[in-house]
Ligand binder design. Structure first.
Ligand SMILES: Nc1nc(=O)c2c([nH]1)NC[C@@H]1CN(c3ccc(C(=O)N[C@@H](CCC(=O)O)C(=O)O)cc3)CN21
Ligand SMILES: O=c1ccn([C@H]2C[C@H](O)[C@@H](COP(=O)(O)O)O2)c(=O)[nH]1
Length: 277
């Protein structure tokens, strides 16, 4: 069994068996079809560790939509855009305005430049600089939860901060996430930040180490509960391999086609999962 499946099943079981159902609370998200409240069963505070030097953490219980997932990562971290017209999927359309903007969120924040002793840089370029020049630093971080701009974001950032650390020449990262829709985006986010660590490691001439995923509110939406109950009973397979185009050495040169999952044996996709808005 892939370790990622094991962690996913454990997280789901913890929520289903010990979680709190928020049906009696006033909740923000809604179901788009009838406007009813999208309640969740939730657990506060989940930490999952993925050793990327051992396996690539894609679920085999159902396939991760790998291309769209990497495309969204590049949209945020490399193209640093906040406009859905720069994204190839339609996953953000429900949160975009008539010009396609999702407001001052995600890519917008990573594009902002700040004054550092080494010059004016955005957060991503500062991480790249430090990984090359000060890999032993304990100050290599990004944070897009910018309070000054929250009023101008259509959805507040969920995966909002990364802390990087180099241990024995291996690049490790902690992904801090304030809120995670476990069925739709848990493995989606894990796969994205695993790919990000691979990209930054290659860019800095490092190996990959551990991805630590710290989730504050880990939830399963009410309409997803029967889907998750079925999903976690499925058989699992061994983890796929991540193949990366060996010609690409620079963070800015990666494209969706630079990455491929090989030997990816998985169960069928669950089609038409409703997404709470
Ligand atoms: N409720 C909710 N859950 C989320 O995961 C989420 C939001 N809202 N709002 C903003 C973004 C948009 N994200 C999304 C939205 C939809 C899919 C989605 O529909 N995933 C499908 C496959 C889509 C594909 O094939 O590319 C899936 O089966 O998981 C994924 C991520 C993640 N975020
Ligand atoms: O990368 C992402 C983006 C969004 N989500 C989920 C988590 C929540 O279900 C919603 C956001 O609603 P809030 O009320 O703002 O928490 O989107 C995710 O899991 N991963």
């Amino acid at each position: 069994m892939a370790r990622a499946d094991d962690l996913f099943i454990k997280t789901c079981k913890t929520i289903l068996e010990d979680g709190y159902m928020d049906t009696s609370a006033k909740v923000r998200p809604k179901w788009a079809d009838d406007g009813s409240s999208a309640y969740t069963k939730k657990v506060f505070g989940v930490v999952n560790r993925y050793d990327l030097s051992q396996e690539f953490p894609a679920l085999t219980l159902r396939p991760v939509p790998f291309k769209n997932c990497v495309d969204e990562l590049l949209w945020i971290w490399q193209r640093r855009s906040n406009n859905v017209h720069d994204l190839h999927s339609h996953i953000w359309d429900a949160w975009a305005d008539s010009d396609g903007s999702i407001g001052k969120a995600y890519g917008y924040q990573l594009a902002q430049k700040y004054e550092f002793p080494e010059g004016l840089m955005n957060q991503v370029d500062k991480v790249r600089y430090d990984l090359r020049h000060n890999p032993q630093s304990r100050r290599i971080m990004t944070n897009i939860y910018n309070f000054a701009d929250l009023h101008a974001m259509n959805l507040y950032p969920c995966a909002y901060s990364m802390t990087f650390n180099v241990v024995d020449h291996k690049l490790c990262g902690i992904l801090n996430q304030r809120s995670n829709d476990i069925l739709v985006a848990n493995n989606w986010n894990v796969v994205q930040y695993a790919v990000l660590l691979h990209m930054l490691a290659i860019d800095a001439g490092l190996e990959v180490g551990e991805l630590v995923h710290v989730i504050a509110d880990a939830h399963i939406y009410d309409r997803h509960i029967p889907l998750v109950e079925e999903l976690i009973k499925r058989p699992t397979f061994k983890a796929p391999k991540l193949e990366i185009d060996p010609a690409v050495k620079n963070f800015d040169d990666f494209s969706v086609d630079s990455f491929k999952l090989s030997d990816y044996e998985h169960n069928p996709q669950i089609k038409g999962i409703p997404v709470a808005v």
